[in-house]
Design a binder for this molecule. Structure first.
Ligand code: WTA
Length: 640
């Protein structure tokens, strides 16, 4: 067991090793009993008596279907009884010299009611979809909770997405309302959020009738009469009760990339998601009442939904809301913020850890990290070297590190070690959370037992599971349940060791993970072929030291057009404009053709290998229509 590191001892933990063993067994043998008990973490208007009712063939998933509750009540109102004066949110602005804002649960309650009343004034009602395009400020969290209060379905679109991408997500769920800010701020640079909303709505046919604008930077912006409203003008303090919601009523839609087509609107419902995020937060982060929690994710991603807005607040936790970026004003920002707010639990992504590791230890050691007792990682595989640095330098070698594997579709953490119960293995996420039943299968669907490597499936439902793709249940079934009938297929490759520890090896489909952001290669290809000079495009990932994966684009041009550095730069800009900066191609490789089979199918395997600089294992190329193309592609490989 030499690769294993024993967890530190503590007198107080939410889960010991023995308790994990017993509860894990129970969660599989009596899932309904187990989860109905966990459901008591929440306040219900009508407590559920039914646990899971689900089938993966045909696909239908329900949990706690006879329960009624409201998650905003659970995240805010119910804490007023005993935690009204406890700090809920500590806002750390992009500019470290800017104003830190602290809200107690009582303050948060006031804010949420003001926001809910503003939404009501615009016409938002139960079941309406509301699109959020927000900076990482208190009002982002407040807006999500206000939607939940009214029973409206929030759809948060990351502020780094382009007007095009925003419009697509507004249209797909037929959203009539948008909440935004005049501008966002990241690393000292303004982000023109309101102008992007204007561009999205002006250039596309949407049904949006109300845009609520939060004043953040105070920039001069244009307001469209009748459509755009300043938040301050509509906010009011009148009573605004929480809407009673059935456990299976939708809570939110979050768009995520898959291997084909446009991003899918993954739908989560109220009861199961609430129980899952509340329970995982309690155990995975071993949350104690005096902790100061900080998850650095943006609310535009699932991590920000589950471990900024819902998980911590459902548990009555104190947390930091961070507007900025890890390298502004310098590479010590994370650690300075931890020192400033005495953060005890910190949760971030490997890409940030790798980037900061490269800058040297002095940015870390300059700041006091004695408040830290737990570090977490999420979003992509963390290489053992970065894992060790994270534990040894920021964590002073004394704190447990958890590597949590999960997905937008799983709602919350699925695989991890528990901080004080389990030995850690750098590079491995670890063990299944309660109720999680992982299975490895080979490409033919044969189940692999014991220590093995294969495709990761989940064979049983869990409360936090996504219920459908908004408006397209067939796509939900096709995407997740058709590769291996009767199983949820994650799209990830995975190794299991002889101790039952799981190590995620990365996506096995056409999804790439760039700095922890999921990107469908098909989306980048669609953007590229919209350019007037581009004939065809094939996009693959390649290993990138900091970002985990980079975006490598093979591009063929129309007859008579020539590749050049200028055109490559233009194509990069083009993709940024179509999708957003997160999708900026790293490498553009102009080629006179793409490797295709005689039936015209692009052989992506070959393109991947070439981008990865792994020519030894190109495999069988004899079925290619033009086998000589491979040598030309290797020769033309773009190295930087
Ligand atoms: C990857 C983010 C390795 C994985 C919460 C998954 C990880 C995808 C880990 C989901 C981890 C997430 N180790 N890989 N700890 N966590 N992933 O939907 O490929 O943005 O399928 O959810 O990220 O990304 P998503």
């Amino acid at each position: 067991m030499s690769e294993f590191i024993e967890p530190p001892q503590t007198a107080k933990t939410n889960c010991t090793a023995a308790q994990y063993r017993a509860d894990y067994v129970r969660s599989l043998s009596d899932p309904d009993g187990f989860w109905l008990e966990q459901a008591k973490r929440l306040d219900w208007i009508d407590p559920p008596t039914i646990g899971g009712e689900w089938s993966f063939d045909p696909v239908e998933i329900k949990w706690f279907a006879d329960g009624t509750l409201n998650l905003c009540h659970n995240a805010v109102d119910r804490h007023l009884a005993d935690k009204a004066d406890k700090t809920a949110l500590i806002f750390e602005p992009d500019d470290p010299d800017g104003a830190v804002r602290t809200l107690t649960f009582a303050d948060l309650h006031v804010e949420v009611i003001r926001m809910a009343n503003a939404l009501k004034a615009m016409g938002v009602t139960k079941g309406a979809r509301v699109t959020l395009y927000m900076p990482m400020v208190v009002e982002g969290v407040v807006a999500m909770l206000a939607c939940a209060r009214l029973g409206a379905v929030h759809s948060v679109v990351f502020g780094g997405f382009s007007p095009e991408a925003l419009a697509g997500r507004i249209i797909d769920c037929d959203s009539h309302f948008v909440i935004t800010a005049d501008e966002g701020l990241r690393g000292g640079k303004p982000i023109a959020l309101n102008a992007n909303v204007d561009a999205a709505l002006d250039e596309h046919d949407t049904q949006v009738k109300g845009v609520l604008v939060i004043k953040h930077t105070g920039a001069d912006i244009t307001m469209k009469e009748g459509r755009d409203h300043w938040y301050a003008d509509l906010a009011s303090d009148e009573d605004c009760p929480c809407e009673p919601m059935n456990a299976e009523d939708p809570l939110f839609i979050l768009y995520t990339s898959g291997s084909t087509g446009k991003p899918k609107g993954v739908l989560h419902t109220t009861g199961g998601y609430g129980v899952w995020t509340a329970t995982t937060f309690h155990y995975v982060f071993d949350h104690q009442p005096d902790d100061v929690f900080w998850c650095s994710a943006d609310i535009g991603w699932i991590t920000g939904h589950s471990y900024v807005t819902y998980g911590p607040l459902l548990n009555g936790a104190t947390q930091v809301i961070f507007e900025g970026v890890p390298n502004y004003p310098d590479h010590g920002r994370f650690w300075a913020t931890i020192a400033r707010h005495k953060v005890s639990i910190f949760y971030t992504a490997p890409t940030a850890i790798r980037a900061l590791m490269r800058e040297g230890d002095s940015f870390v050691t300059a700041h006091d990290r004695s408040s830290l007792r737990l570090l977490g990682s999420v979003g992509e595989p963390i290489n053992p070297e970065a894992w060790r640095w994270y534990r040894d330098v920021p964590g002073e070698g004394r704190v447990p590190v958890i590597d949590t594997w999960w997905q937008t579709e799983t709602g919350g953490v699925m695989l991890t070690t528990l901080p004080y119960a389990h030995a850690m293995k750098p590079g491995s996420a670890g063990l299944p959370f309660f109720g999680v039943q992982p299975q490895l299968v080979d490409n033919e669907g044969q189940v692999l037992d014991g220590a093995a490597e294969g495709n990761l499936c989940l064979t049983a439902s869990w409360p936090g599971q996504a219920r459908t793709v908004y408006g397209d249940h067939d796509r939900f079934v096709q995407t997740y349940f058709s590769t291996y009938t009767g199983k949820y297929f994650t799209g990830d490759g995975c190794q299991r060791d002889e101790h039952g520890y799981y190590r995620i090896t990365g996506r096995v489909d056409d999804v790439i993970n760039v700095s922890g952001h999921r990107m469908g290669t098909a989306e980048v290809e669609s953007a590229l072929v919209l350019h007037p000079h581009v004939s065809e495009a094939a996009v693959v990932g390649f290993p990138h030291d900091i970002k985990g994966q980079g975006i490598y684009c093979y591009v063929t041009l129309n007859a008579g057009d020539e590749g050049s550095d200028d055109l490559a730069a233009e194509l990069r800009q083009w993709v940024r404009k179509e999708i957003g900066p997160v999708a900026t191609p790293d490498r553009i490789h102009f080629t006179d053709g793409l490797p295709k089979t005689r039936s015209g199918k692009i052989m992506r395997r070959i393109l991947r290998k070439i981008a990865e600089n792994d020519y030894g294992s190109l495999g069988d190329t004899s079925t290619l229509a033009d086998p000589s193309l491979v040598d030309r592609l290797i020769e033309g490989r773009v190295k930087s």
